[in-house]
Design a binder for this molecule. Structure first.
Ligand code: 13P
Length: 247
C-alpha cells in the first residue's frame, strides 16, 4: 500500500472542499486506486465537515497535530486526540517540524503518539534533520534520536507511519539525492525494526514533492508514499503526483 498524504497546513475554508471533490473523482476512476490511499490533513476547523462528507467516499481525513493529553483538560485552545477522533478524523500527524520548532519536545511527542493511538487514530510521525545537521553529517544520529526517544515497542506498529521530511527540503524545491534518500530510508527502517520487534511501519518521504520529481522517488527502494505540502493545495498538482507516480 502506498500513501499520498496532503498536508494543508494553514490553508483552507469550507469551500476548499472543491479541491478534495476533484481528487475524489480522479481516485474513483483511477485504475491504480487499489494500490494507494489518499489522506488529507486540513486545519482543525475543517475536519468535522470534511470527515463527514468523505466518510463513504475515498479520501481519509486526518489532523495536523493533537494535544498531548487524552480527552478533556483545562488547556485553552488545545484539541485532544479524543476530540479529533470524535469528529471523524482517522489519522493525525505528530511531530511535524513546524510544531517541533514551536516547542514540541520528545516527551510531548511521546504523549501525543500514545494518546492518539489510544483513541484509534493512526499516527503519521514526522522526523527530519535541519540544514546544519545535514552539513555536519549528523543526519543519521538526529533521525535515530527522534525515533528512539518517542516511539516505544508497545505502541501498535500497525497504526504508525513514519514520514521523513528533511527540514531543508520543505517548501524550498530542494530534494535529497537518490543515493542519500535510499540510504536514509534503509537506515530509518533499520532503527524502526529495532524498536518494533523486527517490523517496520511504512516510511514516507516529504519535502518539495511535485509531479515532476515524483518519478525519481518511485524508483527508490523503501519509500512507501509521500507527505505533500504546497502541491496538495491544488487538485491538479496533487493528482499529477499520483498520475506520474504510476505512469
Ligand atoms: P512542501 O511539499 O511544501 O515542501 O511541504 C512538505 C511538508 O512539510 C508536508 O508536511
Amino acid at each position: 500500500m502506498r500513501y499520498f498524504i496532503g498536508n494543508w497546513k494553514m490553508f483552507g475554508v469550507p469551500k476548499s472542499i472543491n479541491i478534495l471533490n476533484k481528487i475524489n473523482s480522479f481516485y474513483s476512476k483511477d485504475k491504480n486506486r487499489k494500490k494507494y490511499r489518499v489522506i488529507i490533513t486540513p486545519p482543525y476547523t475543517l475536519i468535522q465537515t470534511y470527515a463527514k462528507y468523505f466518510k463513504k467516499k475515498n479520501i481519509y481525513i486526518g489532523s495536523q497535530n493533537c494535544y498531548q493529553k487524552d480527552q478533556f483538560s483545562s488547556n485553552t485552545a488545545a484539541v485532544s486526540p479524543y476530540m479529533i477522533r470524535q469528529v471523524g478524523a482517522q489519522y493525525t500527524l505528530v511531530g511535524h517540524s513546524d510544531n517541533r520548532s514551536e516547542g514540541d519536545t520528545d516527551i510531548m511527542l511521546k504523549n501525543k503518539v500514545k494518546f492518539a493511538l489510544k483513541n484509534n487514530l493512526r499516527v503519521v510521525f514526522c522526523i527530519g534533520e535541519n540544514k546544519k545537521d545535514k552539513k555536519n553529517k549528523k543526519t543519521f544520529g538526529v533521525l535515530k534520536r527522534q525515533l528512539t526517544r518517542v516511539l516505544e515497542k508497545n505502541f501498535n506498529v500497525n497504526n504508525i507511519i513514519v514520514a521523513y521530511e528533511p527540514i531543508w527540503s520543505i517548501g524550498t524545491g530542494k530534494i535529497p539525492t537518490k543515493a542519500d534518500l535510499e540510504n536514509i530510508t534503509f537506515y530509518v527502517k533499520k532503527v524502526l525494526k529495532s524498536i518494533f520487534k523486527n517490523k517496520s511501519p511504512a516510511v514516507l518521504y516529504g519535502g518539495s514533492v511535485d509531479g515532476s520529481n515524483v518519478r525519481m522517488f518511485r524508483d527508490l527502494r523503501g519509500i512507501d508514499g509521500f507527505l505533500v505540502g504546497g502541491a496538495s493545495k491544488s487538485s491538479k498538482k496533487f493528482i499529477d503526483i499520483i498520475k506520474n507516480y504510476y505512469r
